[in-house]
Design a protein around this ligand. Structure first.
Ligand SMILES: *[C@@H]1O[C@H](CO)[C@@H](O)[C@H](O)[C@H]1NC(C)=O
Ligand SMILES: *[C@@H]1O[C@H](CO)[C@@H](O)[C@H](O)[C@H]1NC(C)=O
Ligand SMILES: *[C@@H]1O[C@H](CO)[C@@H](O)[C@H](O)[C@H]1NC(C)=O
Ligand SMILES: CC(=O)N[C@H]1CO[C@H](CO)[C@@H](O)[C@@H]1O
Length: 194
């Protein structure tokens, strides 16, 4: 009796895991679907954390959004052609058009469309532009209760506290260590672009 159940069930299990593998491979290749081959070769980390849980988002089809990020301090984030991050007041700047890509559930990579630099934060909480994305350019996107979004480094924290992308009142980027999700400098409204 038991033997019969086993022989009946085993092939089904194998068949399922076969599909699961196909599904995973599909998800991983989608993660990198608009990278150049060089980027893909150098950069498995764009698609790195939680590889096994991530496939879900791609299936939703919402994996890339083109947006401008408007800070509550009234600046748009801009990544200039040298990869420098700062605020810009002008609402039509090409350098503030960003591609926000879901790389894992809740985790995004943000790339300047005109500059082709990724927005990155290093261990010291410094914002900079990175040509080839690594763990510095993974951010946790949260929608706060007031409907503004925050972006915390997915890799780095400071004394156990999250470090957020933030623009000060004068438009300069704020050091990650000095940020908090309650502060308006780290709260952003994604606006459709261009
Ligand atoms: C990707 O991340 C892993 C571990 O997180 C690391 O060992 C590897 O060197 C990284 N690869 C690149 C290309 O940054
Ligand atoms: C923005 O890009 C468009 C199309 O590429 C170009 O025509 C325009 O001059 C650019 N504007 C600025 C301010 O760079
Ligand atoms: C982060 O970037 C700043 C400015 O480029 C640099 O001074 C600092 O050493 C960097 N920190 C790390 C840990 O790479
Ligand atoms: C929390 C976390 O993912 N930390 C990683 C950040 O990046 C460094 C360098 O790649 C890793 O060593 C950490 O484990």
């Amino acid at each position: 009796m038991h033997k019969w159940i086993l022989t009946w069930i085993l092939p089904t299990l194998l068949y399922r895991s076969y599909f699961y593998i196909i599904f995973l491979v599909g998800a991983i290749s989608l993660a990198c679907n608009d990278m150049t081959p060089e980027q893909m070769a150098t950069n498995a980390n764009c698609s790195s954390p939680e590889r096994h849980t991530r496939s879900y988002d791609y299936m939703e089809g919402g994996n890339v959004r083109v947006r401008r990020l408007f800070c509550r301090t009234q600046w748009y984030i801009k990544i200039d052609k040298r990869g420098k991050i700062k605020g810009v007041l002008e609402r039509n700047s090409n350098y503030s058009i960003l591609e926000i890509r879901t790389v894992a559930i809740g985790i995004v990579a943000i790339k300047g469309v005109a500059s082709e630099y990724f927005l990155a934060m290093n261990k010291s909480g410094k914002l900079y532009g990175k040509k080839v994305c690594n763990e510095d350019c993974n951010f946790i996107e949260w929608i706060q209760e007031n409907h503004y979004n925050t972006y915390a480094s997915a890799n780095w924290t400071h004394k156990g506290k999250e470090m957020y992308i933030a623009l000060k009142q004068n438009g300069a980027p704020k050091r990650g260590q000095k940020t908090s999700k309650e502060d308006i400098s780290s709260q952003f409204l994604p606006r459709p672009a261009p």
